[in-house]
Design a protein around this ligand. Structure first.
Ligand code: CTP
Length: 405
């Protein structure tokens, strides 16, 4: 295992080096400058300096010809390109599952708070100034020689050392309130503090309801970014403590939510989160149907829970749970008290897989008149099989013979 990791780390270094060399050559060819920007620069500075080991996904900005450079690089790397013309950005999806963004350096203007900005080409310094926090506003010019030239006009390296999340200007949270989520996410991920003035700007932005101006899509995106974080629970606790949850959803998450959250795999955390918040507040979120239905099913679990507590036969458990969405059951099987949890687990692992041999066609061939009672008969057979009264095909035949005569 350790050997595999070492090998793949080594491969990453070489892969990143080769890509950066190609980018350098292309930038020369197109007579522009190219930069490594944002997250990767921050992560490189945090880990071993001048070491490309920690970079997973590259974030590149060029001052001109981003489309041509992206196209030529994609050909060289056999990458699939997705173009975001409106944002002057390309994403290259590489065969090794990593991705690389190539963007035109730009400045942004916000017509109104909380809407997406208008972007226009600009030089690297303006591009850094449009960014969220000092630690994310650094760039490394990709040159022939390493170490690369560092651009750090807002003292991001100082803030990395002092472990601080700091905005670049006073309007940052107003222009883009998603940064409220981002500040808490980065602070928690890196174990940093939100710098004092930034904290006060954040509080004011929340108090003045700027979060509520964000579109449903953008809030959902931020929540989706939080759930896979290793410290997602601490992030959500801090969001609650800062009044952000209450501001958006009109209520706080109960203590129970946080202990349950820790029991769930990342892909179930969002569903579980919505299960604790009023439906009316997230109904407009563009959620997958399965997530919305599961969150609602968990909200309405009081009645099925009562029935399950009394259920003393497999068929009773089956009847109670058969209409519930799978993801809701998987979540409940982790967070419910033991007796209920065990019954849900039995349903998921055993009862829901029980099948009978008889079908509608069998009933027809045996001369049963088609109609409503078909499903009744099939259901009775299934319940009898679940409860052990019927064990095999022969038992089914016998049962059918009995009810026909
Ligand atoms: N950015 C910003 N404001 C936002 C979103 C992004 O200024 N609301 C800038 C930051 O400079 C950030 C970069 O765009 O570093 C890339 O954004 P993203 O990929 O979301 O963040 P990363 O910093 O790469 O973080 P992660 O480690 O979570 O990928």
């Amino acid at each position: 295992m350790a050997k595999d990791l070492a090998l793949s780390a080594e491969k990453n270094i070489n892969a990143s080096r080769k890509i950066l060399e190609s980018i350098y050559r292309l930038s020369k060819k197109h007579q522009t400058r190219a930069f490594l920007v944002g997250g990767p620069v921050r992560d490189l500075c945090r880990s071993k300096p001048k070491n490309l080991r920690s970079i997973q996904d590259l974030d590149i900005a060029v001052e001109n010809h981003h489309a041509e450079i992206g196209q030529e690089l994609a050909q060289k790397l056999r990458a699939r390109i997705i173009r975001y013309a409106q944002f002057m950005t390309l994403t290259l999806h590489l065969p090794d599952q990593t991705h690389l963004d190539i963007a035109q350096t730009r400045k942004e203007t916000y017509a109104r708070p909380a809407i997406l900005p208008k972007v226009e080409p600009a030089a690297i310094n303006e591009d850094l100034y449009r960014r969220d926090f000092t630690i994310n506003a650094m760039a490394m010019e990709i040159t022939k020689n390493r170490p690369y030239l560092m651009l750090d006009p807002f003292f991001g390296q100082r803030d990395l050392k002092q472990k601080l999340i700091r905005v670049l200007h006073k309007k940052s949270f107003i222009d883009d309130p998603t940064r409220i989520f981002r500040s808490v996410r980065f602070a928690t991920r890196f174990n940093f503090e939100i710098e004092k003035q930034t904290r006060s700007l954040l509080k004011t932005a929340v108090k003045n309801n700027y979060l509520r101006l964000l579109s449903a899509e953008r809030v959902l995106y931020e929540l989706q970014m939080i759930m896979p974080e290793p410290k997602s629970k601490a992030i959500l606790k801090k969001l609650q403590k800062s009044g952000i949850i209450k501001n958006l959803y009109g209520t706080n998450l109960p203590i129970k939510f946080f202990s349950e959250h820790g029991l769930l795999p990342a892909e179930k955390k969002l569903t579980h989160f919505f299960a604790y918040l009023p439906y009316a507040k997230w109904l407009k979120y563009p959620l997958k149907k399965e997530i919305a239905q599961s969150a609602q099913a968990i909200q309405q679990f009081a009645e099925p829970r009562r029935k399950l507590a009394k259920a003393n036969k497999p068929s009773h458990v089956y009847k109670t749970l058969k209409l519930m969405p799978g993801p809701a059951l998987e979540i409940l099987s982790q967070i419910e008290p033991k007796p209920i949890k065990n019954k849900i687990k039995l349903y998921l692992g055993k009862y829901s897989k029980v099948k009978i041999f008889t079908t509608g066609k069998t009933l027809q061939s045996l001369g049963f008149a088609p109609g409503k009672n078909f499903s009744q008969i099939l259901q009775t057979l299934l319940y009898s099989k679940l409860d052990g009264k019927i064990k095999n095909k022969n038992d089914e035949k016998k049962y059918l013979k009995n009810i026909r005569t």
